[in-house]
Design a protein around this ligand. Structure first.
Ligand SMILES: [Zn+2]
Length: 611
C-alpha cells in the first residue's frame, strides 16, 4: 500500500513540473479523413464523399467550424484574382489569368450536403472558405463525424494545382478537397486562399481515387492495393489483371496534415530504396529530352534524403514521391510536385528544396501564413547546405546568396517585418526575400550567436520536440536558449518583428603611450555580439569577443586554434565600445569584424581597418 502512495506522489510532481514549464500547455486538434472521389478525365470534374472524424482536443467549446475550398480561388473576381491584379509585382504565373477563365476552365468545390453525426448542418460559402454553423456544439474532448458530399472541377493550371500544366501533366491535384481549417491556441485559421500556402490539422487520411485505368498516380500515403493497380507499384513478378474501365487507387497516409496526388497516362514510374530510409518514387513524363536528367536525379535524391535525415532527424515515413507536375516546385505530405523540364542542376536544386520541406512544413508544421520564414527560410538554409555537399560545389560560403538576398531587401525601402501575414506584404518580392533569404539568415546567424555546434544541436532537438506539431518562433528560440545557455529574446524580436538593421563599424584606432585603443561603433539599431579579429605584422591573428549584455552568456570560441579574449559585455544602449591592445599601432596590420561573414551586417564597408 505504501508503494502505491509513493507512485502517486511521484506522478503528481512530474505533472506539476510539466505545467510549470509552459505558459499554456500544448494541444492540437485531430482529424481523420476517409474520402472517395470519382474523376472524369474528359471534363476534369469529380464527385466526392468525405467522412471526417474530428476530435476537439482544445479546452474550448466550438459552435462553428470552417473548411477551405481552395479550388474556388480559380474563378474571376476571387480574392486571389483581384489581389493578383492589384499587387505591384504579381506572380507571373497568375497575373490576370484567373479573370479570363471560362466556366469550363474555372476551379470549384461545391458542397451538396453536410451532416454532423447524421444531422444536416447550416453552411455558407464565402469565396474559398466554407463557414459551418453547428447544430450541436462540440465540447472539449468530444469526437464528432462530419459527412459531406461534394463536386469539384479541376481548374486550368494557373497556380500550383490544375489540369494540363505547361509540361502536359494531366492532373496536379493539390489543395483539391474540402479541408477543415486548423483551430489552435490562437483560434481559427480559416485563411482565404490568396497566394500563400496552408496550415492544416494533423490526422490520418484514407483516400480512394477512381480514375481511368490508363492513368498513373503518385502522391501522399501508401498504396493499399498495389497488386491490383500495377503501374510499377505491384510486387515484382505479380501479373496484374485490371478489370473494367477504371481503377480504384486506395491510399492511406498516417499522421499528415495534407493529402496530394497527381496523375498522367504517360508517367514513367521508378522506385529507389534509400538504405535505412524510405522508398523514393519518381513519376515523370515519358519524354526523350528529360529522361536522362530524371534518371540521374535518383541517386542525388537518395543522398539528399540521407543528408536531411542526418542533419535534422530521421525521415519518419516509408515513402517519398518526386512527381513531375504543378508550376515550379511545391511541397506536400510525403511528396512534391515539381516541373521537370529543367537543366540538371536546377532539377536537383528544386528537389533539394522541396524535399527539405518534408521536414520544415510536413513534419514541423509551422503556420505558413504567420511564420513563413520558419518554413521557407529553414528549408532554404538546409537545402543550400545540402546542395553544396550533394553537388560537390565545395563552396566555403554557400549561404552567400541568402545573405545577399537579405542585404538587398534591407536596403530596398520595401522591407516589412517577418511577422507580416504572408499574404499582406506590399510586394511579392519583399515577401520572398523576407521568407526565404532573411529566414535562412535567421538560422545561419543564430549559429554566429550561439556557435555552430549549438545550432546543429538546436535543429535536432527542435525536430525531436516538435515533429508532428505546429511549432512557433518562440519554440525554436527556447530550444536554442536551453542548448546554449544564451538568452535570445532580443534576437527573435529584433530580427523578426522589426526591420532594424545590423551595422557595426571600426570607428577609430588611436595610439597612446605604446598602447592602441580600437573604438567600435554600433551604427544600426539592432544589437549583436561582435567577433573582432586583429592581425599583427608578425602574421599572428587574435580575436576579441564582445557579447551583448542581454545574452547573459557567451558562445564557445568559434576558431579554437586562434587565441580569443572574451571582453566585458557590450550593453546595447552604448553606441561605442573601446578595446585596448598593449601594442603600438604600427604593429597592427589589420582589424576586421567577423571574418566568417555570418553576421548579417548591412553595411560591411566600415567593418575593417588596415594600414
Ligand atoms: Zn519552399
Amino acid at each position: 500500500m505504501m508503494m502505491h502512495k509513493k507512485i502517486v506522489l511521484v506522478f503528481s510532481f512530474v505533472t506539476l513540473g510539466l505545467i510549470a514549464q509552459n505558459n499554456t500547455s500544448y494541444w492540437q486538434q485531430k482529424v481523420d479523413y476517409t474520402m472517395s472521389v470519382d474523376m472524369n478525365v474528359e471534363n476534369f470534374q469529380y464527385d466526392g464523399s468525405q467522412e471526417l472524424i474530428y476530435t476537439n482536443n482544445s479546452p474550448d467549446t466550438l459552435n462553428r467550424v470552417f473548411y477551405h475550398l481552395y479550388f474556388n480561388a480559380f474563378q474571376p473576381g476571387s480574392e486571389m484574382d483581384v489581389r493578383s491584379r492589384n499587387i505591384p509585382d504579381p506572380d507571373p504565373r497568375v497575373q490576370d489569368r484567373i479573370s479570363k477563365l471560362t466556366p469550363s476552365e474555372i476551379g470549384y468545390i461545391k458542397v451538396s450536403s453536410l451532416e454532423q453525426n447524421g444531422s444536416a448542418v447550416k453552411y455558407n460559402v464565402e469565396g474559398t472558405v466554407l463557414e459551418v454553423t453547428l447544430g450541436k456544439a462540440i465540447v472539449p474532448g468530444e469526437k464528432v463525424t462530419f459527412s459531406m458530399k461534394f463536386q469539384g472541377q479541376v481548374p486550368k493550371q494557373i497556380r500550383r494545382s490544375g489540369r494540363n500544366n505547361k509540361e502536359g501533366v494531366a492532373l496536379s491535384m493539390t489543395q483539391w478537397y474540402p479541408k477543415i481549417a486548423e483551430y489552435d491556441f490562437e483560434g481559427w485559421h480559416a485563411d482565404p486562399y490568396i497566394a500563400r500556402e496552408f496550415h492544416g490539422v494533423w490526422g490520418d487520411f484514407d483516400v480512394t481515387i477512381h480514375i481511368d485505368k490508363t492513368y498513373v498516380l503518385g502522391g501522399s500515403g501508401y498504396l493499399q492495393n498495389p497488386d491490383e493497380i500495377g503501374h510499377g507499384y505491384e510486387t515484382p513478378g505479380t501479373k496484374v489483371k485490371a478489370k473494367g474501365k477504371k481503377l480504384s487507387w486506395h491510399f492511406k497516409a498516417p499522421n499528415v496534415h495534407d493529402f496530394t496526388w497527381a496523375a498522367d497516362p504517360e508517367y514513367v514510374h521508378d522506385k529507389v530504396q534509400v538504405p535505412n530510409g524510405p522508398v523514393l518514387h519518381f513519376l515523370y513524363k515519358n519524354k526523350k529530352e528529360i529522361l536522362d536528367n530524371w534518371k540521374d536525379l535518383q541517386p542525388k535524391s537518395v543522398e539528399l534524403m540521407q543528408y536531411f535525415s542526418d542533419k535534422i532527424g530521421k525521415y519518419p515515413y516509408d515513402q517519398y514521391s518526386i512527381i513531375q507536375g504543378g508550376d515550379g516546385g511545391m511541397e506536400y505530405a510525403m511528396c512534391t510536385l515539381i516541373t521537370g523540364e529543367r537543366k540538371f542542376g536546377s532539377l536537383v536544386g528544386v528537389t533539394a528544396h522541396e524535399m527539405a520541406h518534408a521536414w520544415f512544413q510536413h513534419i514541423l508544421a509551422t503556420n505558413e501564413a504567420k511564420h513563413e520564414w520558419m518554413d521557407e527560410g529553414f528549408t532554404s538554409y538546409i537545402s543550400t547546405l545540402a546542395m553544396n555537399e550533394v553537388m560537390k560545389q565545395n563552396n566555403p560560403n554557400s549561404l552567400k546568396g541568402m545573405y545577399q538576398g537579405y542585404m538587398q531587401l534591407a536596403n530596398s525601402g520595401i522591407e516589412q517585418p517577418q511577422t507580416t501575414q504572408a499574404d499582406r506584404y506590399g510586394h511579392n518580392s519583399a515577401y520572398g526575400a523576407s521568407a526565404y533569404a532573411k529566414g535562412a539568415v535567421f538560422l545561419s546567424q543564430l549559429g554566429y550567436i550561439i556557435g555552430e555546434d549549438n545550432l546543429a544541436k538546436t535543429i535536432k532537438r527542435y525536430y525531436n520536440e516538435w515533429k508532428f506539431k505546429h511549432p512557433t518562433p518562440n519554440d525554436i528560440k527556447r530550444i536554442a536558449e536551453k542548448i546554449s545557455g544564451i538568452q535570445l529574446d532580443w534576437y527573435l524580436t529584433d530580427w523578426t518583428q522589426t526591420t532594424n538593421i545590423i551595422d557595426y563599424g571600426v570607428k577609430e584606432v588611436v595610439e597612446n603611450n605604446n598602447e592602441t585603443t580600437i573604438t567600435l561603433e554600433r551604427v544600426g539599431q539592432m544589437p549583436m555580439p561582435v567577433d573582432l579579429y586583429v592581425e599583427y605584422n608578425d602574421g599572428t591573428i587574435e580575436s576579441f569577443y564582445m557579447p551583448i549584455r542581454m545574452m547573459r552568456g557567451e558562445k564557445e570560441n568559434p576558431i579554437p586554434a586562434m587565441q580569443r579574449t572574451v571582453l566585458s559585455d557590450w550593453p546595447w544602449t552604448h553606441p561605442t565600445y573601446d578595446i585596448k591592445i598593449s601594442k603600438p599601432k604600427a604593429d597592427i596590420k589589420s582589424i576586421k569584424i567577423d571574418i566568417t561573414r555570418t553576421l548579417a551586417d548591412a553595411n560591411p564597408n566600415n567593418n575593417s581597418f588596415s594600414q
